[in-house]
Ligand binder design. Structure first.
Ligand code: ADP
Ligand code: MG
Length: 271
């Protein structure tokens, strides 16, 4: 299996949106996709599940506690994706689970290995913002990280937080295929957006996977509980996600970088 967490140091940058739409677009390319919601917000289901109310109660957390079989915690999602929702839980159970995760840093990787998934299966993992136990778990299991950033000064300034986490948990590991940045909510009409976009391109270099334009179809699709490619197949956003998915598949098909290359320090921006 190929584990692809969608991560960021900030909230509201499009992690869940990109996780959901990447999952359905990759499935449309004929790939088997498991989408895991590793965010207690439990919102991935609203974007992809055939029945968004499934996983309202039971999900990953209940299965992890042995209360139901893993297969029962999973549910069918749009385009043939299989979704493992987080589930809804009270604060005490959540704190207990997080404590368990900090005690067992390899829990996610071990659990996925026990699933015995096919080697080419893509596992997209949605995560909460910032340095959390969920992010640590996802990074330890990651083959490639998808990192949405907004073309604004705040995103630019907080880039080092997520970069340090990736350096710590992923880059030194043989098999890590590097980070795949997606600049989200790009609006070519806004001057500042244009300037930050130019700086991000310089900074991210070959790790920039693509852009997702600011597009009303994205939020409209969410309101209709549909992936963008189903809600508005001809939209800019659907086209952008197709390009991103294609490039991600190309990255996965290319030879593995040596760990020395994967760990190569990023060049600082020239201005
Ligand atoms: N490219 C886009 N165009 C328009 N709206 C977007 C776009 N990307 C994300 N959004 C909207 O931004 C909000 C935050 O996105 P979300 O995926 O929930 O972020 P995160 O998971 O990082 O917190 C949502 O309302 C979503 O519909
Ligand atoms: Mg989210």
């Amino acid at each position: 299996m190929v584990v692809i967490p969608v991560i960021s140091s900030k909230g509201g940058v499009g992690k869940t949106t990109i996780a959901a739409n990447l999952a359905t677009t990759l499935a449309a390319r004929g790939r088997q996709v498991l989408a895991i919601d590793l965010d207690p917000q439990n919102a991935l289901r609203f974007h992809v599940a055939n029945d968004p109310h499934h996983g309202g109660e039971e999900g990953l957390l209940a299965a992890a506690a042995g209360q139901l079989p893993w297969t029962q915690a999973m549910c069918p999602a749009h385009g043939g994706v299989v979704l493992l929702p987080f589930g809804t839980v009270d604060d005490e159970r959540l704190i207990g689970f997080e404590h368990e995760l900090s005690r067992r840093p390899g829990w996610l990787g071990d659990t996925l290995t026990r699933f015995g998934l096919p080697p080419d299966m893509l596992v997209i993992v949605d995560t909460p913002p910032g340095p959390t136990v969920y992010l640590q778990q996802a990074l330890r299991a990651a083959d490639v990280c998808v990192i949405p950033v907004l073309a604004d000064a705040g995103s630019f300034a907080t880039l080092p937080i997520v970069e340090r986490m990736v350096d710590k948990y992923c880059r030194a590991r043989a098999g890590y295929r590097g980070s795949a940045y997606v600049i989200n909510q790009v609006d070519p009409g806004r001057r500042l957006n244009h300037d930050v976009f130019a700086m991000l391109r310089v900074r991210l270099q070959q790790e920039l996977l693509g852009v997702l334009h600011l597009d009303a179809s994205v939020s409209e699709a969410l309101a209709s509980a549909l992936p963008v490619r189903h809600y508005a197949p001809l939209s800019q956003a659907a086209e952008d996600v197709s390009v991103i998915a294609e490039r991600l598949l190309a990255r996965l098909a290319s030879p593995l970088p040596s760990s020395a290359q994967a760990f190569a320090p990023r060049q600082e921006p020239t201005r």
